[in-house]
Design a protein around this ligand. Structure first.
Ligand code: ACO
Length: 379
């Protein structure tokens, strides 16, 4: 019998579970984790603390945080055989392809990989949160033909990542800025990649499979790939004087402008405001970069022309310029998104599988009926 229920294209507005982690009010531009506004997390917390808070679904004590931080540090190094695989990858592959392969391989080396108890999922999560940094930095170094840099234990998660990526110790200001960017990206409710991780987990599959699936979902230009696409657009525009005409033309042709619009936010994404404040701070100190001036114009034109449709800058709009100021190449923007979102993915998988139900939606059948098989020679 045909299912006559309404089709929720893109699953928009469909509730499939409960969560204590993240709340979003898209029409007012509000995002909270554990009820605390994202602006307060960005201002006061660290990626390490937010990761633990998400895994535990509560604010940790100072002692718990110190233990978690020590655990992350103890897990920073990855097996040499994984580094060999990363070195052996063809040059010029997209780092998200490389990350997907590396994480899958990492699972082969983890004796606990196939365990799916909550305790095992949590232990694997800590290892993955720590090791994503090492893996992404190693992919960058190997792809650039540079020596892989071993992790340092005296730096924060963010500072150590920048150090392994560039081989240079970042300033405190750079490390803190990057830390804030990680905090802003750590979790965001039932976005496509988190949903994908949960869909895989709902079959009671293992953590590495869940996270590998999520990486694949994050890679696409409508999700994590958008920050890279924003930089491509800025490079194509070239100079601030050309920005208004370029964006106007795109909107006239009904083409998508990258870094604006969001399935949930119909007003400014609060994360984009935090990043814009930072970009403005840098612009006030060091003068406005070309990129920043182009973004200002795009924001103005987009809000004027399609703000009424609920299209405003999202988190990806400014994140690229922040990363680019830190000397990070645009191909690494999406892996950096994964570096942050790994915490949200792991926490969401753990939360969902506590009261697991296999995800199995349906499609309305609109194909032929009452047909019979026609032999090949008669077609
Ligand atoms: N540029 C121009 N117009 C847009 C854009 C955009 N980026 N996004 C939506 N619109 C328009 C649509 O064409 C549509 O217009 P219409 O009503 O005249 O047909 C209207 O706004 C509503 O858009 P939808 O497609 O219904 O919005 P949806 O919720 O499906 O799209 C999405 C959300 C996919 C993020 C979209 O805005 C987009 O493609 N943005 C660019 C990619 C991007 O920045 N992605 C990052 C998302 S955030 C993240 O993953 C961290």
């Amino acid at each position: 019998m045909t299912n006559t229920a309404n089709i929720a294209k893109g699953l928009e507005g469909v509730l499939f579970t409960e969560s204590k982690l993240t709340f979003i009010n898209g029409s007012e531009g509000i995002l909270t984790h554990l009820g605390i506004p994202i602006q307060e997390w960005a201002e006061n917390s660290t990626f390490e603390e937010l990761s633990l808070a998400l895994l535990e679904a509560r604010l940790p004590t100072a002692e718990e945080l110190a233990r978690f931080d020590a655990d992350l540090k103890a897990n920073r190094a990855v097996p040499q055989s994984l580094l060999d695989v990363i070195q052996a990858m063809p040059r010029g592959v997209h780092p998200m392809q490389a990350l997907r392969t590396a994480v899958s391989y990492l699972g082969l080396l983890d004796a606990q990989a196939e365990e799916t108890t909550e305790e095992a999922r949590r232990a694997i999560s800590v290892r993955m949160i720590a090791q994503f940094a090492t893996v992404i930095a190693a992919i960058n170094r190997a792809q650039e033909g540079q020596e892989i840099v071993a992790p340092r234990m005296d730096l924060t998660h963010a500072g150590n990542f920048l150090y392994m990526l560039t081989g240079k110790e970042p300033t405190q200001e750079q490390a803190r800025l990057f830390d804030i960017a990680l905090v802003l990206h750590a979790d965001h409710g039932m976005n496509a990649s988190t949903f994908t991780a949960i869909a895989t987990a709902s079959t009671l599959s293992d953590m590495y499979s869940c996270i590998t699936s999520a990486i694949g979902a994050l890679k696409g230009p409508l999700h994590g790939g958008a920050n890279e696409a924003v930089m491509d657009m800025l490079d194509e525009i070239g100079t601030p004087e050309k920005a208004a005409e370029y964006i106007g033309g795109k909107l006239d042709r009904k083409e998508k402008v990258m870094g604006v619009g969001h399935r949930v936010y119909k007003y400014f994404d609060p994360r984009s405001r935090v990043l814009r404040d930072y970009a403005e701070h840098v612009a006030n100190k060091e003068g406005k970069s070309q990129y920043y001036q182009i973004l200002e114009t795009i924001e103005r034109v987009v809000v004027e022309r399609i703000g009424s449709k609920g299209i405003y800058p999202n988190v990806d709009f400014y994140s690229g310029t922040v990363y680019s100021d830190l000397g990070i190449k645009k191909e690494y923007f999406t892996p950096i998104f994964a570096l942050a979102r790994i915490s949200g993915w792991c926490a969401s998988v753990i939360e969902y599988t506590r009261d697991n139900r296999l995800l199995r939606p349906d499609a309305r059948y609109i194909g032929e009926t009452d047909q019979h098989y026609v032999p090949l020679q008669e077609r």
